[in-house]
Design a protein around this ligand. Structure first.
Ligand code: URA
Ligand code: SF4
Length: 207
């Protein structure tokens, strides 16, 4: 099975993890992507946010949530009363998965499979162990399934503080939609307000 396991160092902090992740070949996604996009933020962050995978901009810049979804997320966090600077931000999958529109055309995001998310999970587990956040915010179904198991459903679990075992540790988790889904929604304003209201639950849990 695909797995990042042999690439994850057993010692060292976030810097050692980031350096090792740059050379990960635990699944085929490293082949077409530009680079590994590892998590970013303070090792002492109280909040850890988990997205799906880097997008086009993130793949080029090597940093999570720097594209349109990231800008929307930052705005929603601020509106909910969470300082984005106090959060550690990462993704369930560390390489950009994409197809091409036409021959050699624009890169189109493709959702990672459960297999790819499972392969990449050792990095997320190592980030969680290094940061030891007080609260995890799960952004969308891919992150939810990666952390809480395949039966996770955003619609059922969003907007509440869940107490769950995550990679063998008891954690508090708030789930919400992925910011990209807000950008695609028919009623963007309603979808955005839903995201903000879930993030307010996270802000209160940290207060
Ligand atoms: N979407 C994600 O899930 N993660 C990113 O880093 C950017 C967009
Ligand atoms: Fe490794 Fe994850 Fe990239 Fe696959 S997606 S190569 S498991 S870092």
């Amino acid at each position: 099975a695909y797995t990042a396991e042999p690439f994850v160092p057993s010692r060292g902090g976030l810097d050692a993890l980031r350096e090792a992740a740059a050379g990960c070949r635990g699944c085929p996604l490293h082949r077409d992507a530009t680079q590994t996009v590892f998590g970013e933020g303070d090792a002492g962050a109280r909040l850890l946010l988990v997205g799906e995978q880097p997008g086009d901009q993130e793949d080029k810049q090597g940093r999570p949530f720097v594209g349109p979804a990231g800008r929307l997320l930052d705005r929603a966090l601020e509106e909910a009363g969470v300082d984005p600077a106090q959060a550690y931000v990462t993704n369930a999958v560390k390489h950009f998965k994409f197809g091409r529109a036409g021959s050699g055309g624009r890169r189109i995001h493709k959702s990672p499979t459960q297999r790819e998310a499972r392969a990449c999970a050792p990095w997320l587990a190592a980030e969680l162990a290094a940061v030891e956040p007080e609260l995890i915010v799960v952004l969308g179904a891919t992150a939810g399934k990666a952390l809480l198991g395949p039966s996770f459903r955003v619609t059922r679990e969003r907007g509440a503080v869940l107490e769950r075992e995550v990679h063998g540790r008891p954690e508090r988790v708030v789930a919400t939609v992925h910011p990209s889904s807000v950008l695609r929604a028919d009623d963007r304003e309603a979808a955005y307000q839903g995201l903000v209201s879930d993030l307010k639950v996270a802000a209160r849990a940290l207060a």
